[in-house]
Structure formats: C-alpha cells, structure tokens
Design a protein around this ligand. Structure first.
Ligand code: HEC
Length: 131
C-alpha cells in the first residue's frame, strides 16, 4: 500500500483505538492488525515471524518476557549476548526508539520508532508471536 494510504489507515486505527465503542477484543484486534502492518514495514525484512524461516536478525517469536540475547545458534553482538535484561514492553519501547543508544554496540541498524502509538501497535503484534 502507498505511504499516504498507510498513514491514513494508521490514523483510522488510532481513531478507533480512542473510540469507546471499540472496547475489549475488537480494540485489541485492530491494534494487532495495525501492528502487523507496521512490523511488515519496519521489522520483517530482518526478523522472521515464522520459526521455519531463517532471517538476518534473531527470531522475535516469544520476545516479550524473553531474556535478551538468548536465541540458540544466533550470533549476537557481544553487547546483546551479555545484556542483563529481559524484554519487557518498556525495554522494547526503548529499543524501538533508539536501539543503538539503548545498547551501544548492537549490530541492529537504528530504527527510530518514537511514536508511542506506533510502538503500542507493534507491541500488540509482538505479543501474538508465541511458540
Ligand atoms: C536491518 C535489519 C533489522 C531491522 C529492520 C530490525 N532489526 Fe531487530 N535486530 C536485527 C539484528 C541484526 C539483531 C541482533 C543485534 C545484535 O546482536 O546486536 C536484532 C535484534 C533485535 C532484538 C533483540 C532480540 C534478542 O533476542 O535479544 C529485538 C527485540 C529486535 N531486534 C526488535 C526489532 C523490531 C521490533 C524491529 C522493527 C521495529 C526491528 N528489530 C528491526 C536486525 C534488524
């Protein structure tokens, strides 16, 4: 989809998100759908969301609650391999916002996602990636 269309569907999703009529499961589904679109645009070229698909970056299946740098057989940078953190939603926000500032020495290219709503959507999608 084109960039304008992409941003207008985001604005639409954000509008729905703030509408009281869309509570509970319907609201969460909208966030997951928007998150998938954003993940495809910003993350998918380096991170597979399917365990049988090898990728340049480590798999993000099960990322929320996982200890950093622990995918077996993945060659992490020294920084990430030794990072003493668990991937909570707050840590993932800091990473999306400025991964190289958050963990100097990481080999992941800077992504710079500073918009909190965009971060929310991506987090909703990441939460669905389970083994
Ligand atoms: C240009 C390729 C690229 C893009 C785009 C990219 N990543 Fe990464 N990502 C990597 C690489 C490579 C690593 C491993 C970094 C290291 O070892 O220092 C990584 C590591 C990670 C980790 C740490 C995983 C772990 O096992 O500890 C998370 C979380 C992550 N990326 C999330 C994301 C998200 C979310 C996006 C999209 C917003 C994204 N990445 C976009 C390449 C990328």
């Amino acid at each position: 989809m084109g960039r304008t269309q992409f941003f207008s569907s985001l604005a639409f999703a954000a509008g729905l998100a703030s509408s009281a009529a869309f509570a509970g499961a319907a609201y969460e589904n909208v966030k997951v759908e928007a998150g998938k679109t954003l993940f495809d645009a910003e993350c998918h070229r380096c991170h597979a969301d399917n365990s049988s698909d090898p990728s340049y970056g480590p798999t993000l299946i099960g990322i929320i609650g996982r200890h950093a740098g622990t995918v077996a057989d993945y060659e992490y940078s020294e920084t990430l391999a030794n990072a003493p953190i668990v991937w909570t939603p707050a840590a993932l926000r800091a990473w999306m916002e400025d991964n190289q500032g958050f963990m100097p020495g990481t080999k992941m290219r800077h992504v710079g996602i500073t918009d909190r709503t965009v971060q929310d959507f991506i987090l909703s999608y990441l939460a669905t990636l389970k083994n």
